[in-house]
Every structure is written in structure tokens, then in C-alpha cells.
Ligand binder design. Structure first.
Ligand SMILES: NC(=O)c1ccc[n+]([C@@H]2O[C@H](COP(=O)([O-])OP(=O)(O)OC[C@H]3O[C@@H](n4cnc5c(N)ncnc54)[C@H](OP(=O)(O)O)[C@@H]3O)[C@@H](O)[C@H]2O)c1
Length: 281
């Protein structure tokens, strides 16, 4: 399906969000800004009225409904945008409203396709999407998997989430867990490293504010360099910025001696274990 066709298709759909929290608001704002869907075709509900009332002030044409049942009845695409612990309470009582015509997209972290299928057995295709927090600044990484591997509805997922970042298909299981840890928890890992950089600079006399800016710009600069040098691997780029017997290589050799890569990998594995444990609990 061409991008243009998918765009036209989305424009004709009614899109509903159960839950109008941080992520739903970021998605809605991006969709409206990109003109991907008419504002009148967006429907929202929320447990309490505060967030929808605020969003309605920004986009008055959006439909705020007072109950989830009406939202499901009205919409072609239903997004579960609540916390995982609220999912069952929100969806179980209205499960009977779903039928094959409804495309379901769940943003609830850790809730498997199998559990979603159990919750809304009569729904059409169900997509599980894992987001990360930088989606709020349109630099997110989204992973998705589905009950139907060859679903034509995949184009809706690309259309809905691409305005907020990179969208990657991931098989449920090892691939999905890896994306969850590297990209979603990974945001926290990178912030931890950023903190080390800032601390080190502060210890050497820089004021907190400038040390923070220096650390952030170094991370963004290196990442942007890697992004723009599409023809080079990250390793090749690193070698380009590292002269033999120079300053950088002295530091890098020490990092290798301390087996930073192996130690980081162990931290990732620990997070994977916790992720699997939470999925069972
Ligand atoms: N935000 C991120 O960057 C991010 C990153 C990765 C994954 N996720 C996943 O995305 C999902 C949404 O995250 P979020 O950060 O947007 O959470 P959030 O800000 O807490 O929003 C969740 C919303 O769901 C509403 N809600 C709860 N029960 C409801 C019900 N029965 N009916 C209607 N609405 C209900 C809550 O209403 P109240 O206002 O009344 O509490 C709240 O506004 C979560 O599963 C999270 O794990 C988010």
C-alpha cells in the first residue's frame, strides 16, 4: 500500500483513545500538526475530566466522550492508552462492544498479544505497540507486533506513529523484549550516562548549568554525526574521530580494559529478566 493511499485511508477513519494521558496527547498533537487525520475524527475518553478538558481547549473540534463504550461503538480504530494496571478494569466491561471491524492498538507496556486477545476476543486485528518517552519530543522509537503478521492494517501503525519517531516491526518475544529494554529503558540508561558526564565536568569546576549543556550537546552531537554519516558504520565513524596514539584512544583503551560493553550488556540482561518477570506477575 502506498504512503499516500494509507494517508487517505486514515483520514476516513474514526480514531479513539481510551485514556488521554501523556502519550495519547503527544500522538494526537502530532497527528493534528501533520494533518494526518481530521480533528473531528478524533475521539477521547479519560477516567477523570481534567486532561480531556485541557486538550479540548487546544483542539476544540476533538470529541470528548463521557464513556468508553460509546467510544468503541463510534470508532474504527481504538487505542488503549492507559497504564497496564488500568487496562483490564477499563476494557473488560465493554469487551462485548468489539467486533471484527475494530482495529485495536494497545500502548500498555508489558501486556502481551495473547492477553490482549483474551481481553477483546471478538476484535479484528490487534497491535501491541511499545513506545519510549522521547516520543514526547518527536524522537521516539516505537516497536509493534500484531495478531496478524501480514495485516494490511500495518500501514495505519506507520501512519499513526511515524510523526513521533522511528517505527520498527518486532516479533513478540526476544525481539520485542530487546526493543523494550534498549530503547524504552534505554532512555533511562542514556540519561544515567549523561549524568556521569555532567558530574565529571562539575567535579572539574564547571557550573551545573553549563556542565549539563556540555554533556547534552556532546551526546546529541555524536548521535547527529552518526545519523548524518549514513555511509559509515558507527565503528568507522568512531575510528575517524580517534587518532592513533592520541587522547581519545587512551580513554577508549581504558574503557575496553574495564569491559564497559560486557558490563552494559549484563545490565541490559538484568532489565530483560525484570521485564519478563513483570509480564508473568
Ligand atoms: N508516556 C510515555 O512516554 C510512554 C513510554 C512507553 C510506554 N508508555 C505506555 O503508554 C501507556 C500510556 O502511558 P502514559 O504515559 O500516557 O500514561 P498516563 O499519562 O498515566 O495516561 C493514562 C491515562 O489513562 C487514563 N485512564 C485510566 N483508566 C481509565 C479508564 N478506565 N477509562 C479511560 N481512561 C482511563 C488516566 O486517567 P486519569 O487522568 O484520570 O488518571 C490517564 O489519563 C502506558 O501503558 C505506558 O506504559 C508510555
Amino acid at each position: 500500500m502506498s504512503d499516500l493511499f494509507a494517508k487517505t485511508m486514515l483520514k476516513r477513519k474514526k480514531l479513539g483513545f481510551i485514556g488521554t494521558g501523556n502519550l495519547a496527547q503527544a500522538i494526537i498533537t502530532a497527528l493534528v500538526e501533520e494533518n494526518s487525520i481530521a480533528r473531528e475524527n478524533i475521539y477521547i475518553t479519560n477516567r477523570t475530566p481534567g486532561k480531556p478538558t485541557k486538550l479540548k481547549k487546544k483542539f476544540p473540534e476533538i470529541n470528548y466522550l463521557s464513556n468508553n463504550e460509546e467510544l468503541v461503538e463510534t470508532c474504527d480504530i481504538v487505542v488503549f492508552a492507559m497504564k497496564p494496571q488500568d487496562l483490564q478494569n477499563a476494557v473488560e466491561p465493554i469487551s462485548y462492544v468489539f467486533d471484527k471491524s475494530k482495529l485495536v492498538i494497545s500502548l500498555a507496556a508489558g501486556v502481551t498479544i495473547q492477553n490482549l486477545k483474551r481481553l477483546v476476543p471478538e476484535a479484528g486485528d490487534i497491535f501491541r505497540v511499545m513506545a519510549n518517552t522521547p516520543a514526547r519530543v518527536k524522537r521516539g522509537v516505537f516497536g509493534y507486533c500484531s495478531t496478524n503478521n501480514n495485516s494490511a492494517n500495518e500501514s495505519y501503525i506507520l501512519e499513526l506513529f511515524s510523526p513521533l519517531g522511528l517505527v520498527v516491526a518486532a516479533e513478540e518475544g526476544e525481539e520485542f523484549d530487546a526493543l523494550t529494554v534498549a530503547c524504552s529503558s534505554g532512555t533511562g540508561f542514556v540519561l544515567e550516562l549523561l549524568h556521569y558526564w555532567q558530574d565529571w565536568l562539575q567535579d572539574r569546576g564547571y557550573e551545573e548549568e553549563i556542565a549539563k549543556k556540555m554533556a547534552i550537546e556532546t551526546f546529541i552531537g555524536a548521535a547527529e554525526l552518526a545519523k548524518q554519516a549514513e555511509h559509515l558504520s558507527v565503528e568507522e565513524l568512531r575510528d575517524q574521530v580517534t587518532s592513533k596514539k592520541g587522547v581519545t584512544i587512551a580513554g577508549l583503551e581504558k574503557m575496553r580494559e574495564f569491559e564497559v560493553e560486557g558490563n552494559l550488556a549484563m545490565s541490559f540482561e538484568k532489565a530483560i529478566q525484570r521485564n519478563r518477570q513483570l509480564a508473568i506477575d
